[in-house]
Write a new protein. Structure first.
Length: 97
C-alpha cells in the first residue's frame, strides 16, 4: 500500500507563493517571506467577513431592528453591544446612515 502525500505539490506551492507576492500580500526579506502591510489588512478583512458569515442570523436581527424608526439610538446601540462581540463589526453597525 502506497501512502499519499497531503498538501500541494512543489509546483503548486511556488505558484501560489508567486501569486501572493505578485498581489503585494507578501514580500521576500533577508531570504524569508513576510506579510506586507497590505497583506495584513486583507487578512483582517477576510477574518471579519468570516465572522460576519458565522453571525449572519445576528446581523439579520440587527437589520430587522434597524428598519424600525421608533427604536431610539441608545437602545439600538445597546442591542448591538449585547448581540455582537467583534468591536470592528459593532463600529460599522452603530454608524447609521
Amino acid at each position: 500500500m502506497k501512502l499519499r502525500k497531503t498538501g500541494p505539490s512543489k509546483k503548486q506551492f511556488y505558484t501560489a507563493l508567486s501569486a501572493l507576492k505578485k498581489a503585494g500580500l507578501i514580500k521576500k526579506k533577508s531570504g524569508e517571506y513576510t506579510i506586507t502591510a497590505f497583506g495584513k489588512i486583507i487578512y483582517c478583512i477576510q477574518l471579519m467577513i468570516e465572522e460576519a458569515l458565522e453571525n449572519r442570523w445576528k446581523l439579520m436581527a440587527v437589520d430587522s431592528l434597524e428598519t424600525e424608526d421608533a427604536v431610539p439610538e441608545e437602545e439600538f446601540v445597546k442591542f448591538i453591544d449585547a448581540l455582537i462581540q467583534n468591536k470592528q463589526i459593532k463600529e460599522f453597525l452603530v454608524k447609521r446612515s
